[in-house]
Design a binder for this molecule. Sequence first.
Ligand code: DAH
Length: 342
Amino acid sequence: MELDRDTENIEAEATREADAVSDSRALYELKMKFLGRMGKVTALLKGMREVAAELRPAFGKRVNELREALENMFAAREEVLKRKEMEAKLAEEKIDVTMHGKRRAAGTLHPVTRVKNRLIDIFAGMGFEVYEGPEIESEYYNFTALNTPADHPARDMQDTFYLTEEFLLRTQTSAGQIRVMEKKKPPIKVLSPGRVFRSDDDATHSPMFHQMEGLVVDKGITLCDLQGMLDEFAHVMFSETSKTRLRPSYFPFTEPSVEVDVSCAACGGKGCSLCKGTGWIEVLGAGMVNRRVLQNCGIDPDEYSGFAFGMGIERIAMLKYGINNIKLLTENDVRFLGQFKD
Ligand code: DAH
């Protein structure tokens, strides 16, 4: 029968050509060539009209068998090609999981933050709590209550940024002492870190800098307690062998007042350019809280005494890390900032 020959030929042709194509796209086009609307198998069916009526069922059956055979053949071939394509894709996209990754630069804490955290650690270990006061202060808290009335010459030394007659950017974290003592009765042991502002600008002064204030008020507190705590601070912050020394000084809110020096960690106290040959470096101001300051806060100075100290955090960071210009701390140069990892 002619039809048998035709279908066999078509099947053989389709199989041969399907074996020859090498990707699933070309296979699809080939499939359309045989089974699509204009395809060869469809054309066969269209020719059914010319077939004698009694032969049509056999003809139809035969063409349907051919269609089924081709569909199966194409499906099988497609599976083979798809698998090959997937393998090729996997091979091409293969990643070596043992390769080094791209390292992301991890940030480091700013030296001022480092020193501040370290200071809080040191004093928290001695039982201090942290209190942070406001940066905009009234002149009462910043000066008057700290025994520095409006006509006091010590006000001039602080190059204050006034916002109004009454309000200013705090020049010292000492203002926080008053706020604490107004609210809390002794025993008091607080640490008050924060930004302070002064109209001052050179290699070691910046209009904004950070201070750390300490205040202890209780019965029987003496200057020896202050020195003992500061010794501990110097050992942890600078070196095990650091020593401290108190020199007489003046602050309106303390009596007596002292400047505290720490033996120079760079030369071990022998004298070098950092300590200007003296073997000592001034690190903070301190003293016994002035009776008047206690009275201003409703604390009886005959019953209680206290000491206070205040230090510049930038200054401590500069000494600790050997930084010679305070501006480096605010320039945000990551080459500089990335060096502090201790
Ligand atoms: N507030 C002082 C300043 O900024 C530092 C200071 C000195 C704070 C003596 C104190 C203190 O608490 O007792 O220069």
